[in-house]
Design a binder for this molecule. Structure first.
Ligand SMILES: [Zn+2]
Length: 392
């Protein structure tokens, strides 16, 4: 069973927005209150109170006159936020995250409910202590009854509900095909079968719009209503770009996984490339690492093989027909002829073929000549040595 999130846009009315604002506030208060208790305990060399201990203290707190407003909201999300606090500490100890930090009014807001505190009935979503159901756009059907529901409000003022659902993904029907993938800047990807997927450069297209919105934000007076409005506009453009990019990456990764039994991919040293400022914007725009992550989990779900070539090897400079390695191949050379065997290469398709081969996937290139995995392995190793010589 896999836990999967299904996220939908919701459109709360004014009354619901007011109620949610209250819930967000209470949850944030309880989280920060719990964290403060824990930090105090730690600095006094006491045992850090866990969710159970805090939950008991919370019950006492609610009985006090000054904190009775905590009773106006459902207790379920308050319990959930203490559970999240425990999780945040666990992630901190396992070095996955930094120490939990206090939640701010400014950031994204969220409240989570367990299955007791919400229900979906005839396409409407009901929550405990809220009279009216929410207007949800179910853009795709939920595969089964959700275990938790989280209401989110992003910094642009949009509301979403995100359900966790347990899924047992069925493998896709087997395919005979396998491919190698070269990720690049000119094209988002080039596959060894010759397919080229254009880079959707949303950011570039929206950059002008973003720059204009940012200029206007800079002009507005601090603390003014207009500044808040301008800030939202900037955040909205960022969010739109991120949404479009995620949709693009999801569609592409699912299609590649569906059509191919095995995929070889070179994981690039993105960190090094981002240091080059000219390339940096293009790269952070295209979202390569997110794409590889999607391929990874979808391969696992749908019974496919993903082979990552995670060391640098000269995939562009090597002739996929005879194995000849060029001394240099400048970035602007898109086509080249092999000086040894005369094969004419498209730079990216040739690289994708080499990646496929290095991934141990059978390659049939240049008509009758089959590439031997053995030869490629030695190439791979020589690339490895070469890479080792370079200062890191
Ligand atoms: Zn050649």
């Amino acid at each position: 069973m896999k836990k999967v999130r299904y996220k939908y846009r919701i459109y709360p009315n004014l009354e619901q927005k007011a109620h949610l604002a209250k819930e967000f506030g209470c949850v944030r208060f309880v989280y920060n209150w719990g964290l403060k208790k824990q930090l105090d305990a730690i600095s006094a060399d006491d045992k850090r109170p866990n969710m159970v201990a805090l939950s008991k203290q919370l019950t006492t707190l609610k009985k006090q006159q000054d904190y009775s407003w905590l009773k106006d909201v459902s207790s379920d999300p308050l319990q959930q936020t203490l559970r999240h606090l425990d999780k945040a500490w666990n992630h901190c100890f396992s070095k996955r995250n930094k120490r939990p930090r206090f939640k701010k009014r400014r950031g994204d807001q969220s409240i989570s409910y367990t299955t007791h505190a919400f229900r979906i009935f005839e396409g409407e979503l009901f929550f405990a202590k809220m009279k009216q159901p929410f207007d949800v756009r179910f853009s795709r059907p939920l595969p089964s009854a959700p275990k938790t529901a989280t209401i989110l409000k992003d910094t642009t003022g949009r509301y979403f509900v995100s359900f966790t659902v347990e899924l047992d993904p069925q493998p896709f029907p087997p395919q005979n095909k396998s491919i190698g993938i070269d990720l690049g800047l000119t094209h988002f990807l080039t596959a060894s079968d010759g397919e080229k997927v254009e880079n959707p450069r949303y950011l570039e297209r929206d950059l002008e719009r973003l720059a204009k919105a940012q200029r206007q934000l800079a002009k507005k007076q601090k603390g003014s209503k207009n500044r808040e409005k301008a800030r939202r506009k900037v955040a909205r453009i960022h969010a739109q770009i991120a949404d479009k990019r995620r949709d693009f990456l999801h569609q592409l990764s699912t299609r590649l996984i569906r059509e191919n039994q095995a995929i070889g991919i070179e994981t690039l040293a993105v960190g090094n490339m981002v240091k080059n400022r000219k390339l940096a914007r293009g790269i952070s725009d295209v979202g390569w690492s997110g794409f590889v992550g999607m391929l990874e989990y979808k391969a696992e779900w749908y019974g496919r093989e993903l082979v990552k070539i995670d060391r640098w090897f000269p995939s562009s400079k090597t002739c996929s027909c005879c194995g000849h390695v060029l001394e240099t191949l400048p970035l602007d050379v898109r086509m080249w002829n092999c000086p040894r065997c005369g094969a004419k290469h498209d730079r990216d398709i040739n690289a994708a073929l080499n990646i496929k081969c290095a991934a141990g996937l059978a390659v049939q290139a240049c008509g009758e000549s089959h590439l031997l995995a053995e030869r490629q392995l030695s190439l791979f190793q020589s690339g490895f040595e070469e890479a080792g010589k370079q200062p890191s």
